[in-house]
Design a protein around this ligand. Structure first.
Ligand code: SF4
Length: 388
């Protein structure tokens, strides 16, 4: 559901040699996938379903068991813990607290960013108290739109008053590092209605915004419907408008889909884009750890029965590093590439980048290569051209 969010790794053979394994110096991140939602949104193809309380309890046990299998392998500690989904808030505050306590007791959880994704409709005093007591210090809330008919078309039951109340509750319990999700290109959206959502976001004094473009996924109800969607050019215009609007209010457009006030970038997600290590727990969760990529299948029952992850090959090679780095505003830096691979950015890439520079899609300097905002809109194509 993210604009150019998932960059295909099946673009073709990588022509450059792999280099020796980089010695990861940073601490590991842990991602816990909560595969539960109260209802299914019509555009969503994430792995989630509506569970019973018994299934929630069984899942808690399975997550703790799975976490126990990594604790002796994580040597340098954990500095980011992220609960995503699904709807983690629907898992319940007490269960989330138990997971955090387990990580705190069994991993070296140091100066950690602890994020929980929340749906405004499942936020109440009890949940917020639990999360605050557990040491959660960052909330990512799925608002999507502050405009009622857009929210309704997205299958969202909550209204903007619930979003306001949820934010007020978190702040009252000392959690003010809040991110809101905004969706671009949704049914009925216009520049005016987008401005209404953005004005609302600014009025809430949040620190971070993720602005994703709606992507119609096969197999979802949206794929079968005829929807009043803005066309592609209009969506591009909405994206650039969002970027200009937020930058004018002090937010940095630091990644294709993400904006933050200074020092409030998502530390956990930066690990992905910096090709650093993380462990993903839960059905459909992916990991990059010990130089290997692996994942748990999208199957709740198999996760409860057997925690063996499926190998997904080596990770962290030059191709992957380039693809991920170019998602960031700072882009692919000479410094970063040298530190990782002990050499300069390959000349083939720099030469190809110069062609895109002429069309205003890329910037090439002695420090490195980065996409412009217009380049972000075409990132998949540009990255493929740079690499092959
Ligand atoms: S709440 Fe999020 S994860 Fe759940 S169905 Fe809706 S979009 Fe998907």
């Amino acid at each position: 559901m993210v604009c150019d969010a998932i960059i295909s790794s099946a673009l073709g053979p990588w022509p450059l040699a792999l280099t020796p394994r980089y010695e990861f110096k940073l601490m590991t991140g842990i991602y816990i996938h909560i595969p539960f939602c109260k209802t299914k949104c019509p555009y969503c193809d994430f792995y989630s379903f509506t569970p019973s309380d018994t299934q929630k309890d069984s899942y808690l046990k399975a997550v703790l068991l799975c976490l126990s299998s990594y604790k002796d392998k994580v040597k340098d500690g954990v500095d980011t813990l992220y609960f995503g989904g699904g709807t983690p808030s629907y898992f319940g505050g007490e269960r989330i607290k138990k997971v955090i306590e387990y990580v705190r007791e069994n991993y070296n959880l140091t100066d950690a960013e602890i994020t929980v994704e929340c749906n405004p409709s499942s936020v109440d005093e009890e949940l917020v108290r639990c999360l605050s007591e557990a040491g959660v210090n960052r909330i990512s809330m799925g608002m999507q739109s502050a405009v009622d008919n857009e929210r309704k078309a997205l299958g969202r039951s909550s209204d903007r008053r619930q979003v306001e109340n949820a934010i007020r509750l978190f702040k009252a319990h000392g959690i003010d590092n809040i991110s809101l999700d905004l969706m671009l290109g949704v049914p009925y959206q216009t520049r005016e209605s987008l401005k209404e959502s953005l004005d609302f976001i600014i009025s809430q004094n949040v620190k971070h915004i993720s602005a994703y473009m709606l992507k119609i996924e096969e197999g979802t109800p949206y794929a079968e419907m005829s929807l009043p969607l803005p066309d592609e050019d209009e969506v591009c215009e909405l994206y650039l408008y969002t970027s200009d609007y937020l930058e004018a209010r002090g937010f940095e457009h630091y990644e294709i889909s993400n904006f933050a006030l200074k020092s409030f970038e998502s530390r956990h997600n930066l690990k992905y884009w910096h090709t650093e290590e993380y462990i993903g727990i839960g059905p459909s969760a992916h990991s990059f750890f010990g130089g290997e990529r692996f994942y748990y299948p999208r199957d709740f029952a198999s996760f409860l029965e057997n925690h063996a992850p499926v190998p997904d090959g080596k990770g962290g090679d030059e191709e992957e590093y380039v693809m991920l780095a170019l998602r960031l505003k700072e882009g692919l830096t000479e410094k970063g590439f040298y530190e990782r691979f002990g050499k300069s950015i390959p000349t083939e890439i720099s030469e190809r980048a110069k062609n895109f520079e002429k069309s205003g899609l890329l910037t090439v300097t002695e420090k490195g290569i980065s996409l412009t905002k217009k380049g972000f809109l075409l990132s998949n194509n540009i990255i493929a051209e740079l690499l092959y």
